[in-house]
Design a protein around this ligand. Structure first.
Ligand SMILES: N[C@@H](Cc1c[nH]c[nH+]1)C(=O)O
Length: 385
């Protein structure tokens, strides 16, 4: 074998880290099941068409060809496969799914981030109302609580806010698009120039602060309240406010922020979106949102859906690794296997010692700082135990 290196952005996981990851996944799966979600497993390989709704710059997939030359990808997302399943199987709505698995996203070389990420999430399909969005938030925030992750900040946003507001502005279409781009890019000189016509209009306060409209929920909402009455914005604002109130009521310790100046975290979101962070790092713990149009990409029926996925690797990073390596080694002769099994079952944190002789067992016990349980009495016989 010539190349023993791993492909860039991938890693091996072993020992405590891999075990903690498994424990976290199992804990999440158990919660999902207890809440009535059903498991859905999809393949790691899919036709690239499935992921067409993803924005290409954020999600560059690994590409392959099948035997007929059809382009395949390693899945860069787990929500789109759920939409594919829903549109091809005729499963009755409503449904609540849960899943876990790896997604693959080609990141820039040397960006320091991994190209293979483990997610565990839920998708609720067939419910229009806020209750389904809130069930996602409940699962996400309760999940963080179960992992003892403190200081969780939940950032709310809405996929339609920017477009709805820009739509109202008396500007030519191409200027609207450029204003939106300048806002998202935080290109202030361009933004200021394009937004000049709104000085001394009822929009002026909001438009002048728009690129900075993120942070404390109430403060951002106070600036939004300076806008003139815009009918299509009202349900968006009402949903955001009701959701912030819901979070305060159920998770009083969580910090709620609002961002009215970002592009939607996923290009397929159509409604409220939410991401969870802790103050320790920039990466998110969970990310989710409503996507009522996604299934129309696969079939001509509009279906309401909302979901959230945990970044399991981010949860592992924030968990204190317990040191629970086996502390007792059971040394036995091959014909004592049944007795060794009984001891294994009885002694907590024990493991079978598979060395051929007692000396090797002693060495292993010393190097792993383990207590040696000698079923052969070899130690007694030669006086070393
Ligand atoms: N698939 C989204 C998370 C999500 C699940 N459901 C809805 N959104 C992501 O990877 O960011």
């Amino acid at each position: 074998m010539k190349n023993k290196n791993l492909p860039s952005g991938t890693r091996d996981e072993f020992g405590t880290e891999a075990e903690v990851k498994e424990t976290i996944q199992n804990k999440l799966f158990k919660t999902f099941r207890q809440r009535g979600f059903r498991k859905l497993t999809t393949p790691v390989l899919e036709y690239s068409d499935v992921f067409q709704p993803l924005s290409a710059e954020n999600y560059r997939p690994y590409q392959l060809l099948d035997e007929q030359g059809e382009p395949l990808v390693l899945r860069p997302d787990l929500t789109l496969p759920v939409a594919r399943v829903m549109s091809t199987t005729g499963i009755e709505l409503p449904v609540k799914w849960y899943y876990g698995g790896d997604v693959f996203r080609v990141k820039k070389q040397l960006s320091g981030s991994y190209n293979q990420l483990t997610q565990a999430g839920i998708e609720i399909v067939g419910y229009k109302g806020l209750k389904a969005d809130w069930e996602c938030l409940e699962v996400a925030l309760a999940g963080c609580q179960d992992m003892a992750i403190k200081n969780v900040t939940i950032e709310l946003s809405h996929a339609k806010f920017v477009d709805t507001l820009i739509e109202q502005l008396a500007l030519p279409e191409p200027t609207k698009e450029s204003l939106k781009q300048a806002l998202f890019d935080k290109d202030l000189s361009k933004y200021n120039q394009l937004s000049e016509p709104f000085e001394r209009t009822p929009y002026s306060r909001f438009i002048s602060e728009w690129p900075w409209l993120f942070g404390d929920f109430d403060k951002v909402m106070a600036v939004a309240a300076t806008l003139p009455e815009i009918k299509p914005l009202q349900p968006i604002i009402a949903n955001l406010k009701a959701t912030a109130a819901f979070i305060h009521q159920l998770f009083p310790k969580a910090n709620v922020t609002l961002d009215l100046s970002i592009p939607s975290p996923q290009s397929y979101y159509t409604g409220m979106a939410f991401r969870g962070f802790t103050d320790k790092s920039a990466g998110y713990l969970f990310s989710g949102g409503r996507y009522d149009d996604l299934l129309t990409n696969f079939q001509n029926v509009k279906t309401s859906a909302v979901g959230v996925a945990f970044d399991v690797d981010a949860l592992v990073e924030r968990t204190n690794f317990p040191d629970d390596t086996p502390t007792a080694l059971i040394f036995f002769n091959a014909d004592q296997w049944a007795q060794a099994e009984a001891t294994l079952a009885e002694v907590p944190n024990s493991t079978l010692c598979l060395t051929d002789n007692f000396e090797a067992a002693q060495q292993l016990a010393a190097s792993t700082n383990s207590r040696l349980i000698d079923l052969t009495k070899a130690g007694e016989k030669n006086g070393t135990n």
